[in-house]
Design a protein. Sequence first.
Length: 87
Amino acid sequence: MTWLNPPSEIDPHTLQILGISTSDEILFSVQAVDKRVASALTRIAFDHSVLCAYGRRMRLEGAATIQDSMQTGILIVRSKFTVLTDF
């Protein structure tokens, strides 16, 4: 179960989890609805979002950092998380 609550600039159906970079940061990609918007974003909030990956259910915390915005409108995102449960 993954519940992504992105701002309107992000298409929630394009989420791809790329990995966990540290014990409390996750890397994932999402598609911006507009390529011009993607190039302008540097931080974005995914309030009340829950991701399930790597045997954990994780709640995203605070503002996520955009690490890269490719010309295709794909955003590479780094976000802090809190583990809700392990399964």
